[in-house]
Structure formats: C-alpha cells, structure tokens
Write a protein that binds this ligand. Structure first.
Ligand SMILES: Cc1cc2nc3c(=O)[nH]c(=O)nc-3n(C[C@H](O)[C@H](O)[C@H](O)COP(=O)(O)OP(=O)(O)OC[C@H]3O[C@@H](n4cnc5c(N)ncnc54)[C@H](O)[C@@H]3O)c2cc1C
Length: 504
C-alpha cells in the first residue's frame, strides 16, 4: 500500500493532539491567518462518491475497498483519531500496548490479508506454561494443551461437564446459519432463553458454572443472564470462515484461537496506515455525524462544521451509536427498534506493568480465568519482554461494581487480585493504565461488542445488514463471520463497500 501522504501526522491519527485542533487542521489543511480573519464562514460543503461514517476497522476497510475500486471517498470520524475500539497506547521507549482490540488468530483471513497488504507482520502471543483459575474461592492451574487438567482443577463433575458441554455448544452452533442466525431451525427456541438458563440446565457443578460465567463476561462484556442463547450460538458459529466451522475454543483459545497473534507496531497501526493511504483531506477527524439525510439522488452527512454530499454512505458505527444520529427520512421502524435493543457490553481493559514478565520464570503463561474482578488476562508484554505487561479484562457485572470505585480503589482491586494469582512479585507494579470503554468513551459506549438479549435476533436481527436506501450499515456487529472482532468489522466494511459500489 502507498504510504506517501505524509501530511497526516502519526500523532494526529493515533490520538493525543487537541481534538478540535487536529480536526480543524485535517478539515482545513490550508488554514491561514487571512482565512481566520474572514470568519464566520458558511459551513463547508464537500462531495465524494461515497461517504463513510466512522473510522474504526469497519469504516477503514470500507473506505479502503471503495478507494481501490477507483471511487472517491471521505471518512467522517467523531474522535480525534482513527481506530475506534482499537487504540495503541505509547510506552516510553517507543514500545506500545493496545488498550482495545489486539489479537488476531486462525480463520481471521481478511485481517491477515490487510496486514500483508500494508506490510505489517504478526508475532505469537506468549503462551507457554500454565493458566491460573480462580473458581469458588480456590485458585488452581490448568494446561492450555491438556484439557484433562480441567478435571483436576474443577473436580470430576465440573471437569467432565466442561469437557462435554463445550463440544455440545459447538454442535448446536453448527445448526445456526452464519450471517442469518434468525433462520436457524431452532431459532425461536434458542432466542427464547438466556445463556443463564442453558447454563443451569447443563452445568451442575459450581466450578463449571463459575468458569462459564467468567468466559461469558469477557466474550460479550455481559453475564449469561443478559445474553440470548441464540446470540451466543451465532457468535460461536461465526468464529470460523467459509471452510472451518467456528467453535467455542476458537473464541477463547490462545494458540489456535482468536488470541493467537499480535500485530507488529500494535493493532491500531493497520488503520492508521489505511487512513494515510486515503490522504489527509479524505479522513475528517473530530467531526461527529449529527444528521444523515437522503433523497432520490444524494445523501448528505452533516457535522457541526461541515456537510458532505455523496451518492452512497456506509455507516460504520455500532447500532448503539447509530441510535444517536438523526435520519431524514426516519429509519424504518424495525431498524430504529434494533438500535434501541443492541447494547454495548460493560467493559474495561487494564494494563499492569512490571520490570519484566516474572510469571514466565514460574512456568506461568500470564493467563487467568476467574470469578473475581479480572475475568481473563493475557501476557501483553512487547516482543522483548521489557516491560512485563499484564493485560486484564473486566466485564459484565464485575465491571459495573469495579467501575463505581475511585481510581486508587480500582487499582488496588486489580493489583490485589494479581497477587492472589501470581504471588508477592505482583504487588509492586511500575505502572498502571486503565481504559474504561464503558462510561468513559462516548463514541464507543462499551465493548468489546454489542450483544443481543432474547427476542432481539429473531425479531430485529435481519436489520443489522439491511440497507436503507443510500445507507449501508457496517460495524462488526453486522458481520457474518467473527462478529465482535476486528475481523468481523473488516468483513462488514468490505461487504458494505460491495453494496455501495453496486449501487453507484
Ligand atoms: C478492550 C477490548 C478488547 C478487544 N480485543 C479484541 C481482540 O483482541 N481482537 C479482536 O479482533 N477484537 C477485539 N475487540 C473488538 C474489536 O476492537 C472490535 O470488534 C472492532 O474494533 C470494532 O470495529 P468497528 O469498526 O466495527 O467499530 P468501532 O471500532 O466502534 O468504530 C466505530 C467508529 O465510529 C465512530 N463514531 C461513532 N459515532 C459516530 C458518529 N456519529 N459520527 C462519526 N463517527 C462516529 C467511533 O468513534 C469509532 O471510531 C476488543 C474490543 C475491546 C473494547
């Protein structure tokens, strides 16, 4: 990919500049003293074949595909940076850690293809040694490569339940058509119950229930009592590609699963490079789309400072954010209702820094799964292991309780729990960084994904992808494969690009 347009500064695209300043500079690259004296000016009006609202993974993938097809495109982004739920955080010394979407894994083909196109490599997530569990007040250890260790860790009943019910979930997921779960033969039955009901029917042991809860909190940022069974099954079905069916293990696994690889330079870099290739004038930052109006010939996106006119628009924001845009004419009732029923998960990612990843010396891979505040963690250290970085994920009800505390208490809760898992060396981190996607990020409202309660997919699900005139919907929530992941976002963006190109 061409990366010749150096007028987009790396700092501007990644973030960190003043929102207003960076946005204005990008929108008006030739601002001069003379121009300033002429204020106030009428709102700017710009045109392109295709407009894209949202510069997350879906929006950038859509814009990239439209530009490659030789059509003009303008991306309109609310934040002062690109990437959306994907963001790099700079460490001193040039290293970065990711505070949002990070990992890629097998069958996430579109992500690997884009990475190759842009010239970015991947490297394996650290995955040597044992995983810590905290279930029913007890810490135990299991091996990621030997499932029978779950019998020792969870007890005979709990261990066997995990070994039997997880594959049963995979089997049920195979009955769910990817991209159209509402058409499954048992869609009404499965969308009529929560994952909690399924859990209580299939797991008898307190330990296996607790393990299942922990996975669910991290998968969706929601507890099993909040999520439809059909939604979970569709998520599992989607965790594959056209030749490899999805499984629960591909969602939760490290080597061989969705957490297998990390992206050199950090995941946000992919979308920064795509933005750079589009050119600075064509990625308008700090400009929330307030209104989208369409008529027989055009669509207009209005921001606070400008209006943009196109023949087609890709709205690449999750349903919960689509809800905050005004539409003229009004959205079809069922689409409007969908946006009221697809909440974002309750979610935070906390990075705790140590001089080195000391857990590796003790035969531990840095991964935990547990019933405490931290639902899951991964060793997120840079390739050279300096510093040691523990990435902790907090979801669902655990997030809501933790998020109510002040910063010192939140930090103490996390560090105390790491001590419980990793011993006294975890007590003295050299740094701590938290990203609260729910409550502190108005352009995400949560993470890692939007999810559906019972009745939503069967009642409203087909609206996830159904275009409304000149508006085509993207965002990972509207994908076929890998819903909720960067891969899903890229697939959704590329599908929306095909839809707009067909209608130009
Ligand atoms: C903590 C965390 C960890 C994760 N880990 C992983 C992982 O390891 N691997 C993985 O594959 N996925 C992971 N995910 C999920 C992944 O990040 C998302 O699925 C993906 O990035 C979603 O991309 P998107 O483009 O669909 O949506 P978004 O990233 O939400 O992009 C939407 C964009 O639209 C903008 N926007 C919103 N409203 C407006 C408006 N009115 N006008 C203009 N712009 C607007 C937003 O600012 C945003 O930039 C994680 C997510 C989180 C939060």
């Amino acid at each position: 990919m061409a990366t010749s347009d150096r007028s987009i500064t790396r700092r501007g695209l990644i973030g960190g500049g003043s929102a207003a300043t960076v946005g204005l500079l990008l929108e008006h690259p030739d601002v001069s003293q003379a121009a300033k004296r002429r204020r106030p000016r009428p709102p700017r009006r710009r045109q392109a074949d295709v407009l894209v609202v949202g510069a997350g993974a879906a929006g950038m993938a859509a814009a990239h595909a439209v530009a490659k097809a030789g059509r003009s495109v303008i991306v309109i982004e609310a934040r002062e940076r690109v990437g959306g739920r994907v963001e790099n955080h700079d460490l001193s010394g040039g290293e970065i850690v990711e505070v949002g979407g990070t990992f890629v894994g097998p069958t996430q083909d579109r992500m690997y293809a884009l990475l190759r196109e842009v010239g970015l490599g991947t490297w394996p997530t650290y995955d040597e040694g044992q995983t810590n569990l905290l279930l029913e007040g007890k810490t135990t250890r299991v091996s990621n490569t030997d499932q029978s260790t779950y019998v020792g860790a969870l007890g005979l009943v709990g261990g066997l339940e995990v070994l039997n019910v997880f594959p049963q979930i995979d089997q049920m997921a195979r009955e769910v058509p990817v991209g159209a779960p509402w058409t499954a033969g048992r869609a009404q039955e499965w969308d009529g119950k929560t994952v909690e009901t399924f859990k209580n029917e299939h797991f008898q042991s307190a330990e296996s229930r607790s393990l299942f809860d922990a996975f669910l909190r991290i998968l969706h940022g929601a507890g099993p009592n909040e999520v439809s069974l059909l939604f979970l099954l569709s998520y599992v079905a989607a965790a594959g590609n056209e030749t490899t069916p999805g499984t629960l293990n591909s969602l939760i696994g490290t080597t061989g699963g969705a957490q297998q690889d990390r992206i050199v330079g950090g995941s946000q870099r992919l979308f920064v490079e795509i933005a750079r290739s589009l050119g600075s004038r064509n990625v308008v930052l700090s400009s929330p789309a307030r209104r989208i109006s369409q008529d027989g010939s055009h669509v207009t996106v209005t921001t606070d400072r400008a209006s943009f006119v196109g023949k087609q628009v890709v709205v690449a924001v999750p349903p919960a954010l689509c809800q905050r845009i005004e539409y003229e004419p009004l959205l079809p009732a069922v689409r409007d209702q969908l946006t009221q029923r697809f909440p974002m998960g309750s979610y935070a990612k906390v990075e705790v820094f140590y001089p080195q990843p000391f857990w590796r010396d003790e035969g531990l891979n840095g991964q935990v799964v547990g019933e405490g505040v931290i639902g899951c963690s991964w060793d997120s250290s840079p390739p050279d292991g300096r510093p040691g970085v523990m990435a902790c994920f907090i979801g669902g009800d655990r997030h809501r309780a933790w998020n109510r505390q002040n910063l010192p208490t939140r930090r103490k809760l996390i560090v105390d729990e790491l001590v419980r898992y990793f011993g006294p060396r975890a007590a003295k981190p050299i740094d701590y960084f938290e990203k609260r996607w729910t409550g502190a990020e108005m352009w995400s409202r949560g993470g890692p994904t939007g999810f559906a309660a019972p009745g939503v997919l069967t009642g409203f699900g087909e609206q996830l992808q159904t275009p409304f005139g000149r508006i085509k919907w993207a965002s990972t929530e509207s994908s076929d494969y890998w819903i909720g992941y960067m891969e899903g976002a890229v697939r959704a963006g590329q599908r929306a690009a095909r839809q707009v190109l067909a209608d130009l």
